[in-house]
Design a protein around this ligand. Structure first.
Ligand code: URA
Length: 237
């Protein structure tokens, strides 16, 4: 592929910036300075640097964010948008949240610019599992069993899910759906109420415990493969 495309698809530069960088002699391929933006590189084998920094090739970006409360999962310019927690270079590559969390919900939020895989992961067809830790108004064993069996929420009935309680006010719930305010509505429907909600896993990927609220990191290749196995890959076939 062309060197300028390689650099712009890394997500770190626009195409114009990439061309400028290359022409000014600040880019090397396999240790040799290259000044022609149209020169070809093998994206799977070449070692490309810009200003001495290695630039890995990635057509798509996947980011794990530990979402703080009082932020919103939108890209519409709201000052509370989770996008504002990312550095400038990641705000210009078309990232969007893969599914939404309520403003007061914290924890694992994935952001990507891979629309196809995100769409497939969020499709109800793929039963992608999301796990949340919660605190709630105390619930009985009978209420827990009702939540697990599926609750009538008037516009739909929630699918069977797993609810494990550490004590009557704290537990974890694993659901394969992602409807608006779903977990809060499920608890209200059985006569309880969610007080705190934190997502701790999405599509088999656990929230990295080393990320403080508001911190983020890129997903590893291994994690991206897990996501694809849990949604993206199947739906492409
Ligand atoms: N269910 C909810 O009620 N809120 C969330 O943010 C996620 C799931």
């Amino acid at each position: 592929m062309r060197l300028d495309r390689y650099l712009s698809e890394s997500g770190l530069f626009t195409r114009r910036e990439a061309v400028k960088l290359i022409r000014s002699g600040r880019v090397t391929v396999d240790g040799v300075s290259v000044r022609d933006p149209a020169s070809k590189v093998d994206e799977n084998a070449a070692r490309v640097t810009a200003d001495g920094r290695t630039i890995g090739y990635a057509k798509f970006r996947w980011i794990m964010l530990n979402k703080p409360a009082d932020t919103v999962s939108t890209t519409d310019g709201d000052p509370r948008s989770v996008l504002n927690l990312l550095p400038e270079e990641y705000r210009s590559v078309g990232l969007f949240p893969c599914g939404r969390l309520d403003a007061d919900t914290t924890g694992l939020l994935l952001l990507t610019n891979d629309g196809e895989t995100a769409h497939n992961l969020l499709s109800p067809r793929h039963h992608c599992e999301k796990v949340y830790r919660f605190s709630c108004l105390p619930i009985t064993e009978e209420q827990r069993v009702k939540l697990e069996a599926g609750v009538d929420l008037s516009d739909f009935t929630s699918k069977p899910c797993r609810v494990t309680m550490a004590d009557p006010e704290h537990g974890e719930i694993a659901v394969t759906e992602g409807k608006y305010h779903q977990i809060k509505r499920m608890f209200l429907a059985v006569g309880s109420e969610i007080l705190e909600l934190e997502r701790i896993s999405f599509g088999g990927i656990p929230l990295d415990p080393s990320l403080a609220r508001g911190e983020w990191r890129l997903l590893t290749d291994e994690e991206i493969k897990t996501l694809e196995a849990n949604g993206g890959q199947d739906a492409r076939e």
